[in-house]
Design a protein around this ligand. Structure first.
Ligand code: GDP
Length: 194
């Protein structure tokens, strides 16, 4: 399905977290076709795709839409995924736990066992957004489960029932509507995929 140096990146996150805004910024920055300006963006229903050439690699981004009824179809797309971008609205405190729970379901899927995870903490421009320090404590269980392999040797994880996981994870502050933090995140992801 994919040629060499072509990677499939899934953009996930709750509805309203900023996935579409992020993807339109990616289009503007990394393709010749400009993305939609923020005021023209409507909530994602169904698929939104961007193909980009970044230095030596082709990245294909899929935004699946975050509405509850669509979340059940996420895992239909998991088998060909090379990386996950997960977007969190840093100002939506009431939904931090819901967001973390969704992410836990995603990373526990066996088809996504080893793929890198870029965690974008979006909307850092809003005055009531939480800091990365605070958010990393909210998402601590996710981060720890990604880093399990660093702290457990193979034999001890084999003897316990817990799966062996190796996953690169990066926490990145983002202002999707301005593209701030985007480049750092995409550079990190590209380095993981190379
Ligand atoms: P999606 O449902 O995850 O695709 O989210 P959207 O991309 O549609 O964004 C949801 C809302 O958040 C829209 O009103 C966006 O303009 C807004 N939004 C997205 N990113 C940012 C950001 O970095 N800062 C602020 N202040 N608003 C943002």
């Amino acid at each position: 399905l994919f040629s060499k140096n072509e990677y499939f990146i899934l953009i996930l996150g709750l509805d309203n977290s900023g996935k579409t805004t992020l993807l339109e910024q990616i289009k503007t920055k990394y393709t010749k076709i400009p993305g939609l300006p923020p005021h023209k963006i409507v909530p994602t229903v169904g698929l939104n795709i961007a193909r980009t050439q970044f230095q030596d690699i082709k990245l294909i981004y899929w935004d699946l839409g975050g509405q509850t009824q669509l979340r059940t179809i996420w895992n239909k797309f998991f088998s060909d995924v090379h990386a996950i971008i997960y977007v969190v609205d840093s100002s939506d405190k009431e939904r931090f736990n819901e967001s973390k729970d969704e992410l836990e379901i995603v990373i526990n899927d066996s088809k996504l066992k080893d793929v890198p995870l870029l965690l974008f903490f979006n909307k850092q421009d809003l005055p009531d957004s939480e800091t990365i320090e605070y958010l990393s404590s909210v998402f601590k269980s996710v981060i720890q489960s990604c880093q399990l392999s660093n702290s457990t040797d193979q034999l001890s994880s084999l003897s316990s029932s817990s799966p062996i996981t190796t996953r690169n994870v990066q926490l990145q502050p983002l202002i999707a509507c301005k593209g701030e933090g985007l480049e750092q995140g995409i550079n990190w992801l590209s380095d993981c995929l190379r």
